[in-house]
Design a protein around this ligand. Structure first.
Ligand SMILES: [Ca+2]
Ligand SMILES: [Ca+2]
Ligand SMILES: [Ca+2]
Length: 609
């Protein structure tokens, strides 16, 4: 069996933290955002694939990654045609990569399929479609109560933007004292970060009034033409804060307070994002949280570190609402480095995203477990394009099933507003298990994450006044049973589960502090076995070398979908079997190891340390 007794053992030291360390939750609409690269998503019109240069298009054959440096055919019409399936997936908001007209040549071998090399801010790129098709997308999305967020790249232009050769536009770009552009070499120097060239691209001087006005007029144009619902602003830390302060104010004044502004300040440390806390964006990306999620759910770091990240976010950025993510187009996909359990781990990370404060942003392909790559997987100068594979035209059976599981998560988020807007309180954390409550207006949702590759078992005391019979599981496979006023959780490996209940939890919360490892010393040697109930099982017994292979008189109980049996065992190695209905001997399906018995069957093996 799995060693889920590990947490129960009295020597285990348990941290109880009941602090409320949530980020600001003032703005908490029930939304799930989906981010897609237009070129990599769905091809709605093959006629535009080559754009104005046939050399720009090279469909990826699944083998040669070099083709990923070129356009793949996705377009705005493809997004519009996919709205039904996005809606069915629980998506309420779509962030599309920049559609603004990009350079018509490659840039050191790379085509600007991603959209971040603008050549005409007032045009739709010919690969992606027409202004009419852009309007159609927004209109169709609105007809389905979905929002569309445009990606605005305002830090730089394409290397061959016509302004480069215009004398009157010379001071629209940042130069050094000698009148030459320069690269960012010191990433601690904010002036360089703002004025140096990113990826060698001409760097706009947003502190100049005419440049700021131009970018504002461009923004107004797209809002006026399309009625879009917001902007995702690219490379925010690479333009002056004074520009953003002014820009956000002007956009809100023009488009209204509800027009969403999401800023990309790509720093992994909360203190470095702090200067942007009150600049006027509705949301900033939670890059510190991204790293925490990656470290904990991909690399196995402890929950304590994980939780600390969020505490720091709250301390450094009290006014910020976060757009949360497990990955995006600029980093390796979440599953890079994970093997067999990649999907389970990803679902766990997404489970956190869907039950924690913030605006969850899902990178296209996540819902079907699209594989990502690290630089070491394929030789190449950048890993970006390897994490931007074209979205599959047809799903495998596995992907169909994965998408169904993903939908269960968005449904959980969308059907329980406490998960978006509720207060966040930690209930319990140890190395691998994290439990918290989201306290909403009408209901409370309790969530338990088990980041261990083994089944774990924890107990949490419940406050007086909460009727435990009214606790309903709304997600996951964990089993809860009550014992002397405590809730005992059996948490399957690498899973999340959630329950809802009513009650005045905020009032009662201080009483929860009484978390103790309440199990007495003799409990230390008890092992808990269980079997999931199948039909026709009415008696569950165990026999092994610890009982001379006689069905022992051990306490059993039924809870939820499982039957439990408790056996006192001293440290050592044991062989055993389960006995069902007094006569059917079977191996423990959850055993960590097995041996062959004298009759050719299987004995389960358990080692108690
Ligand atoms: Ca196309
Ligand atoms: Ca173009
Ligand atoms: Ca800049």
């Amino acid at each position: 069996m799995q060693k889920f007794n590990k947490v129960i053992i009295a020597s285990f030291s348990i941290l109880l933290l009941l602090s409320s360390c949530s980020p600001s939750i003032e703005k908490a609409p029930v939304e799930v955002m989906y981010f897609l690269l237009i070129d990599r998503f769905v091809d709605g019109n093959p006629d535009n694939n080559a754009g104005s240069n046939p050399g720009s298009y090279e469909p990826y054959d699944g083998i040669n990654p070099e083709a990923l440096k070129q356009y793949q055919g996705g377009d705005l019409l493809g997004v519009t045609k996919s709205l039904d399936s996005l809606k069915a997936m629980g998506i309420t908001m779509i962030w599309i990569s920049p559609f603004i007209d990009n350079s018509n040549t490659d840039y050191v071998g790379w085509w600007p399929y991603h959209g971040y090399h603008p050549i005409d801010f007032y045009k739709v790129d010919e690969h992606f479609g027409t202004l009419g098709e852009l309007k159609l997308l927004v209109e169709a999305a609105h007809g389905m109560q979905m929002k569309v967020i445009f990606d605005m790249p305002f830090n730089q232009t394409a290397a061959d933007h016509p302004w480069i050769n215009e004398e009157s536009k010379k001071n629209w770009f940042h130069m050094d004292e000698t009148g030459e552009p320069y690269a960012i070499t010191d990433w601690q120097n904010q002036e360089q970060i703002e004025r140096g060239e990113l990826h060698g691209l001409p760097d706009l001087a947003q502190e100049r009034e005419e440049v700021a006005n131009y970018l504002f007029e461009v923004s107004k144009y797209w809002i006026d033409e399309t009625g879009c619902d917001g902007f995702r602003l690219d490379a925010v830390k690479h333009a002056p804060i004074s520009f953003w302060r002014d820009y956000t104010k002007r956009i809100k004044a023009f488009a209204g307070a509800d027009f969403l502004l999401l800023g990309e300040v790509f720093w992994g440390e909360a203190w470095r994002i702090e200067p942007y806390d009150d600049v006027g964006f509705d949301y900033l990306f939670d890059i510190p949280g991204y790293y925490a999620i990656r470290n904990t759910f991909n690399k196995g770091a402890g929950i304590g570190d994980f939780s600390k990240f969020y505490e720091l976010n709250g301390q450094n950025l009290p006014n910020t609402s976060f757009a949360t993510l497990i990955d995006n187009h600029d980093v390796p996909r979440f599953n890079v480095g994970l093997e067999d359990n990649a999907w389970k781990k990803q679902m766990l990370a997404l489970g956190w995203l869907m039950t924690s404060p913030g605006l969850p942003v899902i990178y296209s392909g996540t819902e079907i477990g699209m594989k990502g790559y690290s630089v070491s997987d394929v030789s190449g100068e950048s890993q970006d394009y390897l994490n931007r594979l074209p979205y599959p035209k047809n799903f495998t059976l596995e992907q169909v099933l994965q998408k169904k599981q993903f939908i269960e998560l968005t449904r959980l988020r969308n059907e329980h507003p406490a998960l978006s807007g509720g207060d966040f309180k930690e209930l319990y954390k140890d190395w691998s298990v994290y439990a918290y409550v989201r306290t909403g207006e009408d209901e409370n949702v309790m969530v338990c994450l088990n980041n261990a590759g083994t089944q774990e078992f924890i107990s949490i005391p419940f406050p007086q006044g909460v009727d435990m019979s009214e606790i309903h599981k709304i997600y996951g496979e964990a089993v809860v049973r009550t014992e002397e006023g405590d809730l005992l959780f059996r948490l399957p490996a690498n899973t999340m589960s959630a329950w809802k209940f009513e009650g005045e939890i905020s009032e009662n919360m201080p009483k929860w502090v009484a978390f103790t490892n309440r199990l007495s010393a003799d409990y230390q040697l008890k092992e808990l076995f269980y079997i999931d109930v199948e039909k026709d099982i009415n008696q569950f017994q165990i026999a092994g070398d610890f009982s001379n292979w006689v069905a022992g008189d051990f306490p059993t109980r039924r809870q939820g979908d499982s039957l439990f049996i408790e056996v006192p065992l001293k440290p050592g190695s044991y062989q055993y079997k389960f006995i069902l209905n007094g006569n059917t001997w079977i191996a423990d399906p959850h055993a960590a190891d097995f041996s062959i018995d004298p009759y050719g069957g299987k004995n389960s093996i358990l080692t108690v340390n």
